[in-house]
Design a protein around this ligand. Structure first.
Ligand SMILES: Nc1ncnc2c1ncn2[C@@H]1O[C@H](COP(=O)(O)OP(=O)(O)OP(=O)(O)O)[C@@H](O)[C@H]1O
Length: 612
């Protein structure tokens, strides 16, 4: 628990003094609410970090709170105070009434902003980075979702959940050799374990953010994480295209190229970048950003609108076609869980994905020799719904299994490899690839490593209750857990505004599970038909007394296949059980949604008849 003593206004660390209102955003480990600080009747934002489901270990959480408390810069969100409420850490901070740039683009500027607006936003962000870097901090998660806007156009960078101190020694320093960030925004050196990285990683993310603000999305944002990873490492850096991006100035194109240089030592510092002529002519955001906000609904309504839009897209199955999905799935299997790690083969597989306009942003580069660092790394990759994922050496302990995330995650940073992997929808035991050439090492890595996958490729772990522990805000009290929520549903005490987004989340998770099971069954079926060895292996697996088992000719590869088959069989039966449970839940939830809709219509009718 701490208070920011720098501020003239002090905020209490008593939860009763805060009335949580609408949800205004959520991330990997936290939900953010607009709230009223009752003693002063002041609007604040309260970030409720679920300590149980949080990606970070307690040290990381403490570090975020400490970093936030020490921050004193007009372009950085500083916290008023923080304290623990049950298993949540509440961080009280100024409310940024217009939300993040990402929200704004999604709701009103899907093609991105005009250059003069981007210039203002980037300049303010850069000032924040100059401050952070000069105080020894790497932000590690610079992106439009973490650039917040206030009424009047004030721009502030937020979310120090993954920031690191460059002056740290020992464990903390070592942790910088692991992966933290969000895949599309991650610098190539961050993706390569062992190499280490420094504040220049923020400059890369800043360059990607510039492209994001220019196009409305980050480069590669629609590809699966493994593809993003490969493209970041293998391809030439993304850039503003000469033809397609005609509307942008040479100067803007130049700063993007300066930031997106693979060799981190050749990237400019934030301080140097700020002196670039592009930023010389920047208008104050009060004059530019402010105009973007005219006529928009309040932030919480926009957030709700976005949630409904996402749910509607899901309902329409706005997914890739079946063929693309299968292709993507096979790429994923090769990329993450296969053991034949011929890099040329991986490149060929990756290239099978349809080229589209986004690919024109990058040119094929020569194979980067540094990729072999990645190949030999024992990596754990974890993808979430917004294409984020975690890579690192995953501790294979019971503690880890207990800590495995059981609640859905709708976004989230790449986690430190040495953190408890606490934010996964699923904790499957899919063997992760080791890309190295050495067979022994390969096999050891294969056995040691585990992969956690979420989103389109989600695999759920044993007995995972997908609706458990999703925090929900009831408006006046602390967020409630989903088990409470289910009870509340039963007694119909929850208002529709809370019920509907939650039900949409559940619906989404159920669909993901359904897809996954289909994919697993298909892949088993294909293996069954195409690989004679499968039958032999299956019989070996079924009949442990089979003499064949003792044949000395069984190669390592066969053993690995055998293990994979039995692993898949276990998973399929587990997932089938989960699917049945999920189907039942789904049916109940559909019923609840229709009841809620009916109620809402009834209410509307009564209100209308009252008015007339
Ligand atoms: N002070 C604030 N005022 C208004 N909205 C905010 C504020 N802080 C955060 N938000 C909203 O909540 C979202 C999530 O916040 P934040 O990024 O801090 O959470 P997180 O769990 O750490 O996210 P991430 O997934 O990026 O790690 C932001 O993208 C933003 O839209």
């Amino acid at each position: 628990m701490w208070k920011n003593k720098k501020k003239s206004t002090t905020f209490s660390v008593n939860k009763e003094d805060y009335k949580l209102k609408e949800e205004v955003g959520h991330g990997a480990s936290a939900t953010v609410y607009r709230a009223i600080y009752l003693p002063l009747d002041k609007i604040v934002a309260v970030k409720c970090l679920d300590l149980d489901r949080c990606n970070s270990n307690l040290d990381d959480v403490r570090r975020e709170a400490q970093t936030m408390s020490l921050i004193n810069h007009p372009n950085l969100i500083s916290a008023h105070c923080s304290f623990v409420v049950e298993h949540y850490l509440w961080v009280v901070m100024p409310f940024m009434a217009e939300g993040s740039c990402l929200h704004l683009m999604k709701i009103a500027y899907p093609e991105g902003f005009d250059e003069h607006i981007i210039c203002s936003i980037l300049k303010e962000t850069l000032k924040a980075l100059v401050y952070l870097h000069s105080h020894g901090h790497i932000h590690r998660d610079v992106k439009s979702g973490n650039i917040l806007l206030d009424r009047g156009g004030i721009v502030k960078l937020c979310d120090f959940g993954v920031s690191a101190c460059m002056f740290d020694k020992g464990d903390r320093q070592r942790s910088r050799n692991t992966f933290v960030g969000t895949p599309c925004w991650m610098a190539p050196e961050v993706l390569q374990p062992g190499g280490g990285y420094d504040f220049k990683a923020d400059i890369w993310s800043f360059g990607i953010t510039a492209l994001e603000l220019a196009h409305g999305h980050a480069p590669f944002s629609k590809y699966p994480p493994m593809k993003v990873l490969l493209m970041t490492i293998q391809n030439a850096p993304p850039e503003l295209d000469y033809d397609r991006d005609k509307k942008f100035s040479k100067s803007f194109k130049e700063i993007v190229s300066m930031c997106l240089v693979k060799d981190q030592t050749k990237r400019p510092t934030a301080e140097k970048l700020l002196k670039h002529p592009f930023f010389k002519g920047a208008k104050s955001p009060e004059n530019t950003v402010k105009n973007l906000l005219a006529g928009l609904a309040p932030l919480w309504d926009r957030v709700k609108q976005l949630q409904l839009k996402d749910a509607a897209q899901l309902a329409l199955r706005k997914m890739p076609s079946a063929a693309e999905e299968a292709l993507s799935q096979s790429e994923y299997k090769r990329g993450v869980s296969a053991w034949n790690f011929d890099i040329e083969d991986m490149k060929r597989q990756a290239s099978l994905i349809q080229e589209d306009e986004e690919f024109s942003e990058v040119k094929e580069d020569k194979m980067d020799p540094s990729i072999f660092k990645l190949e030999t790394g024992k990596s754990v990759l974890k993808k979430s719904d917004d294409n984020r994922f975690d890579i690192g050496n995953q501790p294979k302990t019971d503690k880890y299994k207990q800590d495995a995330r059981k609640a859905p995650n709708f976004s989230g940073p790449l986690m430190l490899s040495n953190r408890a992997s606490a934010n996964s929808l699923s904790a499957p035991t899919v063997p992760v690839k080791s890309l190295g050439g050495n067979r022994d090492m390969l096999r050891n890595d294969f056995l040691k490593s585990k992969v956690q996958i979420k989103g389109r490729f989600s695999v759920t772990s044993e007995n995972v209750d997908i609706v458990k522990d999703i925090p929900i805000c009831t408006g006046s009290t602390a967020p409630i857990s989903s088990s409470q929520f289910i009870n509340e549903i039963g007694s119909s005490r929850l208002p529709t505004s809370i019920l509907v987004p939650h039900l949409q989340n559940l619906y989404q998770q159920t669909s993901f599970q359904h897809d996954l099971i289909d994919n697993l069954l298909n892949s088993l079926h294909q293996t069954d038909q195409s690989d004679d060895m499968f039958l032999a292996m299956s019989s070996l697996a079924v009949n442990p007394k089979n003499d064949l088992l003792f044949e000395p000719a069984a190669s390592e590869r066969e053993q690995l296949l055998l293990m994979k088959i039995s692993d898949m069989q276990t998973r399929v039966s587990r997932l089938t059980d989960e699917l049945t449970t999920a189907k039942i839940k789904h049916a109940q939830l559909v019923q609840e949604i229709s009841n809620a809709n009916r109620e809402r219509e009834d209410r509307k009718r009564i209100e209308e008849s009252g008015e007339s």
